[in-house]
Design a protein around this ligand. Structure first.
Ligand code: NAD
Ligand code: UFG
Length: 339
């Protein structure tokens, strides 16, 4: 039996949130999702219920609505905080929106938690807080710096959480620094459903494979990597979701720590394209385009601290990630609402 029974999940209707809700429900937790659907919809949660055969309580609300959140999380034992805006380019154009949504929203959440005497929190951070790596693989003691407002919101929130723990050691906080989440649940019912032109590699590749886009622009062919294209640590979203359950279970005693969630393996853009061709049996036309501003050559995790602290390590490989992305894409060629 879980010690923590009811979990309040902000942003639970989103990509990583839905997959985590499935793992929570399967592990016997009750789930209360709090989301404003700014980048998601109710259909995704219906599918979570279909996969698990269990009910999700949903509250439609904004994390900046402190009063509604305070009321909504009453009776919960812990919080997983996914809600936030995440597009790097958009954050450069609209920094105030990003600071308001992500930082102000988190302050409201933390006050609502205090008002309810809830002190257990798992927070979605990102490998973007390491900036341009000084060394690889990235461990948690690598210096922190950011290159865009989105990244800075994560860094500021991490700082707020450390200060909060220092002020009141009742807090139990796990900061999870995700590398590059991809893939989908094996049912093909939930997955990543970006609005408009995808910013990220895997959904773009999937849309080329299904015929929604003509060709992939490979941003840069002259990086100092094995084939000249950018290298990242792609991690299956189900592995990531399981990492959240392990993080909740590890919140037995007061603490505030940051842990990488990655596989430790770096793959290039062309490695991903080749793996996707294998998984889908489709051709993926691509052109080598100029580098994307702000991109780094390579980024991958040292995942050993997650193994030590959470007893967690990734179990899916790149072929699995491409297979499951392709299955979701084929079953939902136009995304959730039109499939
Ligand atoms: P997502 O956009 O699919 O999910 C975020 C959810 O939060 C959405 O359902 C959205 O409607 C909701 N939301 C946003 N602002 C809100 C607000 N003010 N009030 C209530 N709900 C709000 O994104 P995701 O990929 O599932 O990412 C989840 C978290 O993980 C985010 O904090 C993101 O920054 C972080 N993260 C994501 C990645 C990635 O590549 N996907 C990498 C590192 C970190
Ligand atoms: N890429 C292309 N073409 C595309 C899209 C991406 O060549 O159309 C390349 C990029 O140049 C990069 C790699 O594919 O080399 C991965 O790019 P993504 O946009 O998928 O991912 P990033 O590593 O740039 O960024 C992601 C999230 C950020 C997060 C960061 C670190 O989008 O929010 O991982 O966790 F901060």
């Amino acid at each position: 039996m879980n010690r923590l029974l009811r979990v309040f999940v902000t942003g639970g209707a989103g990509y990583i949130g839905t997959h985590t809700c499935v793992e929570l429900l399967n592990a016997g937790y009750e789930v209360v999702v709090y989301d404003n659907f700014s980048n998601s919809n109710a259909e995704a949660l219906k599918r979570v219920e279909k996969i698990t055969g269990k009910k999700v309580s949903l509250i439609l609300g904004d994390i900046r609505d402190e009063a509604l959140m305070t009321e909504s999380m009453s009776g919960c034992d812990a919080v997983i905080h996914f809600a936030g805006l995440k597009a790097v380019g958009e954050s450069v154009e609209k920094p105030l929106e990003y600071y308001d949504n992500n930082v102000q929203g988190t302050l409201c959440l933390l006050r609502a938690m205090e008002a309810n005497s809830i002190h257990s929190l798992v927070f979605s951070s990102s490998a973007t807080v390491y900036g341009d790596p000084e060394y690889l693989p990235l461990n948690e003691s690598h210096p922190l710096r950011t290159t865009n407002p989105y990244g800075t919101t994560k860094l500021v929130i991490e700082g707020i959480l450390r200060d909060l723990y220092r002020s009141n050691p009742l807090w139990k906080i796990m900061i999870l620094r995700y590398f590059n989440p991809v893939g989908a649940h094996k049912s093909g019912l939930i997955g990543e459903d970006p609005q408009g032109i995808p910013n990220n590699l895997m959904p773009f590749v999937a849309q080329v494979a299904i015929g929604r886009r003509e060709a992939l622009n490979v941003f840069g062919g002259d990086y100092p990597t094995h084939d000249g294209t950018g290298v990242r640590d792609y991690i299956h979203v189900v592995d990531l979701a399981v990492g959240h359950i392990k993080a909740l279970e590890a919140l037995e005693s007061p603490q505030c720590r940051a842990v990488n969630l990655g596989t430790g393996i770096g793959y290039s853009v062309l490695d991903v394209v080749n793996a996707f061709v294998q998984a889908s049996g489709k051709s993926i036309p691509y052109v080598i385009a100029p580098r994307r501003e702000g991109d780094i050559a390579a980024c991958y995790a040292d995942p050993s601290y997650a193994r030590e602290i959470l007893g967690w390590s990734a179990s899916y490989n790149l072929a699995d990630m491409c297979r499951d992305t392709w299955y979701f894409q084929s079953k939902n060629p136009e995304g959730y609402l039109l499939s």
